[in-house]
Ligand binder design. Structure first.
Ligand SMILES: Nc1ncnc2c1ncn2[C@@H]1O[C@H](COP(=O)(O)OP(=O)(O)O)[C@@H](O)[C@H]1O
Ligand SMILES: [Mg+2]
Length: 335
């Protein structure tokens, strides 16, 4: 597996008259390898966008080492820019242009053959709607148009910052399907999000950030396994008596409404044996596995930045990031 993105010890501090000094990214590490769909997860204000902007040379890092497709970034990013598509923050387009015209302009500006426009529209499922004006597009279609703009160059790496933002469940599903098909065609995808919606269902690897620091990273199943408390939900006729029996057998158990939860058990047959020996028959024995959402909340629960609006990132565009589609060398379509 070769590294597509490597970040080590990234640090970025913002200084402003109003807020003083603010450490946005605080010694952060990220490793994305070829072929991954890598989820970059963290609450609003945890430093995701700043990390991506620093990686792409859109903001200057204080310190840290970064590389993209093997080239030190941002210094030698131009060498690989043709193989990287990125959309950081919500893109804006001219409402009066059609999707097709928007992409054709971007293709010309980026030195990409115009023939690529049809392919990009096809890839994002907008081929039939390319002749319509962008102002008639749904938010999901605009997001897909943004992805199409990043796909013009036929990139090997696609970086999407909060692509599910503002989308309804159907739009999120479309975005998820799109990412899955891109990954199937061999594109490495790094996708950031502050909501553990359906986008995260498709990630095979995750890096979780909280207050500018990495708090978990790795394969989704490994991250989950690391937070497995070996808990089981047990249903029996007499939960209180069952708890007593389990305590007597030195197991940790609590009554939870009409059932009980036993934890720290690696072999669940112990539970049914202890209870069965005393004539209490187990009706249900279900492992309680952690899901990504509970791990995320556990790791970042106190990590939300209260000064940053919840849910909708683009409610407060950052200075200098007013939402242009940032495609490295192809940019500048603005409303
Ligand atoms: N241009 C900026 N000037 C000052 N502070 C900023 C700027 N950009 C981001 N920040 C601050 O840095 C922190 C991380 O923000 P950001 O990277 O946008 O987080 P995320 O993308 O995870 O929501 C926040 O506290 C935010 O207010
Ligand atoms: Mg952000």
């Amino acid at each position: 597996m070769s590294a597509v993105i490597e970040i080590e010890g990234l640090r970025k501090t913002f200084h402003s008259l109003r807020n003083g000094r603010r450490v946005a990214v605080d010694g952060f590490d990220l490793l994305v390898e070829e072929g991954q769909i890598h989820g970059f997860l963290g609450p609003n204000g945890s430093g995701k966008t700043t990390t991506l902007r620093a990686l792409l040379g859109l903001v200057r890092a204080d310190s840290g080492r970064m590389s993209v497709l093997g080239e030190p970034s941002p210094e030698l990013l131009p060498r690989v820019a043709g193989r990287v598509g990125a959309i950081v923050e919500s893109p804006q387009f001219f409402g009066n242009f059609t999707g097709y015209r928007t992409l054709r302009l971007l293709a010309r500006a980026g030195g990409v053959p115009v023939s690529r426009v049809d392919e990009a529209l096809e890839l994002v499922g907008l081929r039939d709607r390319g002749d319509e004006r962008v102002k008639g597009y749904s938010l999901g279609m605009k997001q897909r148009l943004a992805v199409a703009s990043a796909l013009l160059k036929d990139p090997r790496l696609l970086i999407l910052d909060e692509p599910a933002n503002g989308l309804d469940p159907a739009g999120i599903r479309e975005m998820r399907d799109l990412m899955r098909s891109l990954a199937a065609s061999g594109v490495t995808v790094l996708v950031s999000s502050h909501i553990l919606g359906e986008i995260q269902l498709i990630c095979d690897h995750v890096t979780i950030i909280s207050r500018g620091r990495r708090v978990a990273a790795g394969r989704v199943d490994e991250v989950l396994a690391g937070h497995d408390r070996h808990e089981f939900l047990v249903r029996v006729a007499e939960p209180e008596r069952a708890v007593e029996l389990l305590h007597a057998a030195e197991l940790t158990a609590v009554v939870d409404s009409d059932a009980l939860v036993v934890n720290g058990v690696t072999d669940s047959t112990v539970i049914s044996r202890v209870l069965g020996e005393q004539g209490l028959w187990v009706g249900e024995l279900t492992p309680l596995r952690p899901d990504l959402e509970s791990v995320f909340l556990e790791l970042t629960g106190a990590g939300e930045d209260p000064s940053v609006p919840r849910q909708v990132d683009h409610a407060a565009p950052l200075p200098g990031a007013e939402g242009d589609p940032i495609d490295l060398d192809v940019r500048g379509v603005d409303a």
